[in-house]
Design a protein around this ligand. Structure first.
Ligand code: KG4
Ligand code: ZN
Length: 334
């Protein structure tokens, strides 16, 4: 089954073609980061308008790259939520209209399910069950995943998401938007042991997180030490955030008896997190699976893949609605 995937929940338009027999045939991405950079964050109305400009050229591009025509497509998957309502409507409207014109099924995909299943787009995918650490710009969650749609929430952030903490800290250090990659590059040049920052909820005995206090501690440190010390502050922040993420993820594996851990979402691209998690997990007999770097941040491939898992069960309803807010643990199992 050949599935066209369309992602438009935030500031990246992603389109991909995934074939259930042959794997990923093509994917293309347009990032709006440069456009939003001037404003220090995503401007929803500008995001929606840009998705409109990009989504059809990207669709033509992936079809050409895969050597396919519209008539070859068997189903269309699009991000239904969570995300920016106007941005979601662009992908949903395009996908539903195209599916109607081609007389093929369309299915709305949960953006975080896309992220969480993205490590499965691999020649050596992890088997179920596994624990998933979802670390994106908007979410930080630990999930027990026993199958597609079989998700049990183990813990989540009580305030800021991990990516949000990276972004806000980067802003305090005078780095651009989104700050995660820039902060991570700066941290690599700094000394993480110069300053000690708090590890919020490290010993709380549950699988919840809190990152807003860490951000405030960075603000206090910046005021005291000054931006000359930005690299050391970045390294101290990264070290604190990563230590909490690693510790809670491994504790969630022990608690649930899982020997496989999947990391997904933009912060999963962080080199320090990958190195430390892989090392500490290995020592405990836990295998860690990451998506390819290009599939850590938002992309169409993960939506096409998750859609392909769900399309067999899609109904023929032609109406659609987007879900700007949507709890991952409420999905139906397939
Ligand atoms: O998953 P994603 O692309 O979008 C959401 O669904 O939110 O995640 C974006 C987040 C941003 O907060 C960005 O700063 C962060 O992922 N990020 C990183 C890195 N690359 C992206 N954070 C830390 N280190 C990175 N290398
Ligand atoms: Zn995302």
């Amino acid at each position: 089954m050949l599935v066209l995937g369309v992602e438009s929940s935030c500031d990246e338009t992603g389109v991909a073609l995934y074939d259930s027999a042959r794997g990923l045939l093509a994917h293309a991405l347009y990032s709006q980061i440069a456009m939003h950079n001037d404003y220090g964050g995503v401007v929803p109305e500008l995001a929606s308008r840009d998705h409109i400009r990009r989504v059809l050229p990207l669709t033509r591009q992936v079809l050409a790259e895969a050597g396919c025509t519209l008539e070859d497509i068997d189903g269309i998957a699009y991000t239904q939520g969570p995300g920016l309502a106007g941005a979601l409507l662009v992908g949903a409207g395009m996908a539903r209209a195209l599916a109607y014109a081609l007389n093929i099924p369309a299915v709305g995909v949960h953006h975080l399910e896309g992220h969480m299943l993205s490590p499965l787009i691999s020649d050596t995918p992890p088997e179920f069950p596994f624990v998933a650490l979802l670390v994106s710009g908007g979410h930080t969650q630990l999930m027990l995943v026993s199958g597609v749609g079989r998700y049990t929430l183990l813990g989540e952030t009580l305030d800021d998401a991990a990516g949000e903490a990276f972004d806000k800290t980067a802003q305090l250090l005078g780095l651009g938007y989104p700050g995660g990659p820039a902060l991570s590059r700066l941290a690599a040049t700094g000394d993480a042991s110069r300053f000690t920052l708090p590890r919020p909820m490290l010993n709380s005995g549950d699988f919840d997180f809190s990152f807003s206090g860490l951000k405030t501690a960075v603000l206090t440190l910046v005021r005291k030490a000054g931006l000359d010390q930005a690299a050391d502050i970045a390294a101290a922040f990264q070290s604190a955030a990563v230590e909490v993420l690693v510790s809670k993820s491994l504790a969630a594996c022990s608690h649930s008896g899982a020997t496989r851990l999947v990391v997904a979402g933009g912060v999963g691209a962080n080199t320090h997190l990958r190195e430390r998690l892989t090392r500490e997990a290995k020592a405990r007999g836990i295998a860690v699976f990451y998506p390819k770097l290009e599939f850590c941040t938002d992309n169409g491939a993960m939506i096409a893949f998750a859609g392909a898992q769900r399309l067999a069960h899609a109904n023929a309803d032609l109406t659609f609605a987007v879900r700007p807010r949507w709890e991952l643990a409420t999905l139906d199992a397939v």
